[in-house]
Ligand binder design. Structure first.
Ligand code: SF4
Ligand code: SF4
Ligand code: SF4
Length: 159
């Protein structure tokens, strides 16, 4: 049987909802130390923090992107967050086979949303231009997720 803490961690690696907050020190200890006070949720200027599994705060990228403002960490009364100078997280996107371009239908919505140009489209003989992810340029902000018309983008934890 998977305990609640493990289940929270597993689910947080698999979708665009129930994603961990940025700058979390220790994701396995998070559910032990977070009091579910909601201060981070109220502080988020993008309203992307929502109650997730068990009422613990999590990010829903279907509601928008993280701007890395650090307000969630600043308002947390517990010692759960890393200093702002640290990397906020180790996560990058993946594009599923349901992507319209992969189905040979012209679409570049994710490209338009990405400020860091981590998604580039390359022309290929016999098909529409295909998305290529430059992993090193993806900061995991999630801005490309909501604009995708077929929910083909997921967030993956990057070791
Ligand atoms: S860093 Fe800012 S935008 Fe990102 S989740 Fe925290 S409060 Fe929201
Ligand atoms: S502010 Fe801190 S303790 Fe309160 S819900 Fe958010 S992460 Fe948990
Ligand atoms: S998560 Fe952000 S940086 Fe990464 S590809 Fe999407 S929009 Fe670009």
């Amino acid at each position: 049987m998977v305990d609640q803490r493990r289940r929270f961690f597993l689910r947080s690696t698999q979708s665009t909802q129930n994603q961990p907050l940025p700058w979390i020190k220790d994701s396995m200890a998070f559910t032990d130390q977070c009091t579910r006070c909601g201060e981070c949720q109220r502080a988020c200027e993008e309203n992307i923090i929502v109650p997730g599994d068990g009422g613990y705060p999590s990010i829903d990228f279907n509601k928008g992107e993280c701007t890395f403002c650090y307000a969630c960490a600043q308002h947390c009364p517990e010692s759960l967050f890393l200093p702002e100078i640290e990397q906020p997280w180790q996560q990058v996107i993946a594009i599923k086979e349901s992507c319209l371009a992969k189905q040979n239908i012209e679409c570049r919505s994710c490209n338009d949303a990405c400020d860091t140009r981590a998604i580039r489209f390359q022309h290929q003989l016999g098909s529409v231009a295909q998305p290529q992810i430059q992993i090193s340029d993806c900061n995991g902000c999630g801005a490309c997720i909501a604009p995708c018309p077929v929910n083909a983008i997921s967030m993956e934890q990057h070791p």
